[in-house]
Design a protein around this ligand. Structure first.
Ligand SMILES: Cc1cc2nc3c(=O)[nH]c(=O)nc-3n(C[C@H](O)[C@H](O)[C@H](O)COP(=O)(O)OP(=O)(O)OC[C@H]3O[C@@H](n4cnc5c(N)ncnc54)[C@H](O)[C@@H]3O)c2cc1C
Length: 400
């Protein structure tokens, strides 16, 4: 006999646990929830960074803050003061532990570990039926956070692939006050390459090599670049590796929350929502998703409380979406421009406005300031190319 729930959350990662935390706060009004998670236990598999704006979620859990950030290239570099909204890091192990503690306070929420639901759920008599590798379940509502499938060429305007190692050096080689968000190196004609350096002390740092490219890149193919980067930052001194992380994030995912036809059983059925990194959580221009997931989890829990129905990620404003898309199209077409664009952006923008823009909180005047900080010519050219392409498509569709 299948066990019945009001809501099943498929995947107990960042999105699944975040929603469950908000539901847990509803006490006795919380529906009967099951989280199905394929992992047996959590490990410190990633670090989440975000800007500590006044309304950033979970910033009190951050295990590191930087009050200055830098962008560097072979031509120039810029360091900006961000002490009012520091760049913050939250280790995944802290998040997972905190989430499990909050969820455990509400007996109406269960988690099944080492359980996998691989198939698309089936709806019979108004209840979804799910087949796990251990049990069968039924539920009225599903929030599906499972990544759709392995990242594929063409499914995102660009992919952000990165591989990083947390290292400890015997000597003092890092400046723990400044996080280097982008240190551009050997950009080629097809991708944007940079290192990301988060110094945790004078001897410890997380060093990541990152590539924005049209195709996703596996860890093994980034290992050489990372090795070179670490040698550079440690002055070739010996070091020990304490942790590693790898990710492939969509930038301009083609299956955003407003375009889900292919990723859920029926796009008409509001009792099933698809969310998470590959379903609208990732900000197109940066790939950042943590704070966007927290905002969604808050809204989704409120919607469940008020209407019983879960909701997907809210669509981005037209202004933000258009700017992100144009930016991505430009660096996809001309990756060699990326260092100049990012340095201009950080050098010429007011830092508060820029951080509001990067944190999805821009006002109209912030968008204007960001546009003015960027060199106009390449954007206008890209805009004309996009308009020309759209006109061609329109003409082709209307030719009989
Ligand atoms: C290494 C790394 C670093 C990142 N750093 C940042 C950052 O600094 N800032 C930022 O904003 N964003 C960052 N991101 C992006 C984003 O915030 C994370 O990817 C985030 O974890 C996405 O949350 P999610 O719930 O969509 O996916 P996940 O957290 O990956 O959760 C999905 C869960 O589903 C489970 N699952 C998968 N398949 C099944 C199945 N068939 N049945 C049951 N369970 C299943 C998985 O085990 C996993 O626990 C990073 C991503 C990575 C990979």
């Amino acid at each position: 006999m299948p066990t019945d729930y009001d809501l099943i959350i498929l995947g107990g990662g960042c999105a699944g646990l975040s929603l469950a935390m908000h539901l847990s706060h509803q006490g006795a009004l919380c529906p009967k929830v099951l989280i199905i998670e394929k992992r047996a236990h959590y490990v410190n598999d990633r670090t989440w960074c975000f800007w500590g704006t006044s309304n950033a979620y979970l910033k009190h859990l951050a295990n590191h803050n930087w009050q200055t950030v830098a962008i560097k290239s072979s031509l120039s570099d810029v360091t900006v003061d961000c002490k009012d909204t520091p760049y913050q890091m939250l280790a995944a192990e802290i998040f997972y532990q905190h989430a499990l503690q909050v969820i455990a306070k509400n007996k109406k929420i269960e988690i099944h570990f080492s359980e996998t639901v691989a198939a698309i759920p089936n709806k019979v008599d108004k209840r979804w039926q799910l087949i796990g590798n251990n049990n069968h379940y039924t539920t009225k509502f599903i929030v599906d956070t499972r990544p759709a499938k392995a990242p594929q060429l063409g499914e995102s305007i660009l992919w952000q692939s990165f591989y990083g190692l947390e290292i400890e050096c015997a000597n003092a080689v890092f400046n723990p006050n400044t996080a280097t968000l982008m240190d551009f190196n050997n950009n080629d004609k097809t991708s944007v390459c940079f290192n990301y350096v988060l110094p945790l002390s004078i001897t410890k740092a997380l060093i990541e090599t990152t590539v924005f490219s049209t195709h996703p890149i596996i860890r093994e193919n980034l290992a050489f670049k990372l090795d070179e980067a670490i040698k550079q930052y440690t002055n070739n001194l010996p070091y020990t590796i304490t942790r590693s992380e790898h990710g492939i994030l969509p930038m301009g995912n083609k299956t955003q929350s407003n375009d889900l036809e292919n990723s859920q059983p029926t796009n008409q059925d509001k009792s099933y929502v698809k969310v998470g990194l590959f379903a609208g959580a990732a900000r197109p221009s940066t790939g950042y998703a943590f704070q966007r997931i927290q905002r969604w989890a808050d809204l989704c829990a409120k919607s469940i409380h008020q209407t019983q129905y879960p909701i997907g990620h809210p669509p981005d404003s037209l202004m933000q979406l258009s700017m992100d898309k144009l930016f991505l199209q430009l660096i996809r077409a001309q990756p060699e421009l990326a260092p100049k664009l990012f340095i201009s952006l950080f050098h010429r923008s007011n830092t508060s406005k820029l951080i509001r823009f990067l944190s999805d909180q821009a006002k109209l005047t912030d968008y204007l300031a960001i546009m003015l900080a960027l060199p106009a010519a390449p954007f206008l050219k890209q805009l004309l190319i996009s308009c020309y392409k759209k006109l061609n498509i329109y003409a082709a569709e209307n030719t009989y």
